[in-house]
Design a protein around this ligand. Structure first.
Ligand SMILES: Cc1ncc(COP(=O)(O)O)c(C=O)c1O
Length: 388
């Protein structure tokens, strides 16, 4: 529980963006605003400080996700931008891409646009718990399949996809593998080499603890992604052609150095705490949430309901009460922040059977406490009693 504005808040909307951030993140942002210039553009000390920040953050991200060369790390403004750059930069007319019904609109919408311009798209149906099996993926591969694009964990019900096994399928068939790690980067270990992930898309502002406006695209060496945006890079200025080397190939215009400074501090915080400790804490909270909500009459909880197979994202519905109403009551009466509706994942809601109503999503973060969850269960009990 935290004080904010003039009242306390229990923040359970970490799947949208993490809050609060570690103190070091606020400090790093403040420091970078005061003491950095524009990276790669000049040789004075403020510009060099920006260069240093960018390089160190690239290096941290590369080692965190196991990419050999930090130049293969491209900064983006969020996970959506990373996904767009990757999908539009890899797929061309006549290519086939396999994805799943659990994807966020940040995957489905770019693919829908690409489909209209001649890319073949297969959307594999997940089961009611949000799973798609490696076998389903293998069976969907065709001669022209270029890419498999899968979310690592659902932002609706938390279901963790078997990315290591899917990566093996992709590798064995010579197909590229893209992972949307929006809900797992900073919670689950991700080793791009081990899981045969060719392209990894991450937000900086969720479990990596960075500020809004940060994200990254990590590309395995040897894979060529066409740029979505061309422009100034500070390199090869004599040429009107976009540089072909990474990261400049995919990184044009002034970067969000201030945000990236915060992301670096977020990453250092996570590394200091240890991923397994973060995961354990979130699993404990998620288990409590699942058990507490499942015990309530007239409340249905969706998804795997097993903390070994999910991240800290829980979706529930109170029978007869619109999720928007439940979420508004939680906020207004109890100071508990959740997110109702379809969570930008309409096909995921169709898969789990909640497309008509949507759900109330409770998503835990590292800074939540057991008391936060106890209070949330108590609040839900009152709401069910009064309105259910
Ligand atoms: C699974 C998934 N993919 C992509 C995104 C988009 O992330 P961003 O908001 O950083 O663009 C989200 C955001 O919630 C998400 O949950």
């Amino acid at each position: 529980m935290r004080e904010t504005f003039d009242r306390k808040i229990i923040y359970l909307d970490n799947a949208a963006t993490s809050w609060p951030k570690p103190e070091a993140v606020y400090e790093a942002v403040d420091h970078a605003m005061r003491y950095s210039g524009n990276a790669s553009r000049s040789g004075h000390r403020l510009a060099l400080e920006a260069d240093r920040l960018l390089y160190q953050t690239r290096k941290l991200l590369a080692s965190f996700f196991n990419v050999q060369d930090p130049a293969q790390v491209v900064f983006t403004k969020n996970c959506t931008e990373a996904l767009n750059v990757a999908l539009k930069g890899l797929l061309k007319v006549g290519d086939h891409v396999i994805t799943t019904s659990m994807e966020h609109n940040s995957v489905l919408r770019p693919l829908s646009r690409l489909q209209r311009s001649g890319v073949e798209v297969t959307v594999l149906q997940a089961n009611k718990e949000g799973y798609v099996t490696p076998k389903q993926i293998a069976e969907a591969i065709r001669g022209n399949t270029k890419l498999i694009a899968v979310t690592h964990a659902s932002n609706v019900v938390g279901t963790i996809m078997p990315v290591a096994d899917i990566g093996k399928v992709a590798h064995d068939h010579g197909v590229l593998f893209l992972v949307d790690a929006a809900q797992t980067a900073g919670v689950l270990p991700i080793d791009m080499e081990q899981c045969f992930i060719d392209v990894l898309c991450v937000p900086g502002h969720k479990s990596l603890m960075g500020p809004s406006g940060t994200g990254a695209l990590l590309v395995r060496e040897g894979i060529v992604v066409e740029p979505l945006i061309e422009g100034g890079t500070g390199s090869l200025s004599e040429s009107i052609e976009q540089p072909s080397f990474m990261p400049d190939r995919l990184e044009s215009g002034t970067l969000n150095v201030v945000g990236i400074a915060g992301l670096k501090a977020g990453l250092e915080f996570i590394m200091g705490k240890g991923l397994s400790n973060i995961r354990q804490h979130e699993q404990k909270l998620t288990k409590m949430l699942l058990e507490g909500l499942s015990e309530l009459d007239n409340v249905t909880v969706y998804g795997p309901k097993d903390v070994e197979r999910m991240v800290g994202v829980v979706s529930a519905v109170v029978k007869g009460v619109d999720p928007a109403r439940v979420s508004a009551l939680l906020d207004q009466e109890y100071g508990i922040a959740t997110r109702p509706g379809l969570h930008c994942a309409p096909l995921a809601h169709k898969s789990i059977g909640t497309f008509e109503t949507g759900t109330v999503r409770f998503s835990v973060g590292f800074f939540n406490t057991l008391e936060d969850i106890e209070e949330t269960i108590r609040a839900m009990k009152h709401i069910v009693k009064e309105y259910g």
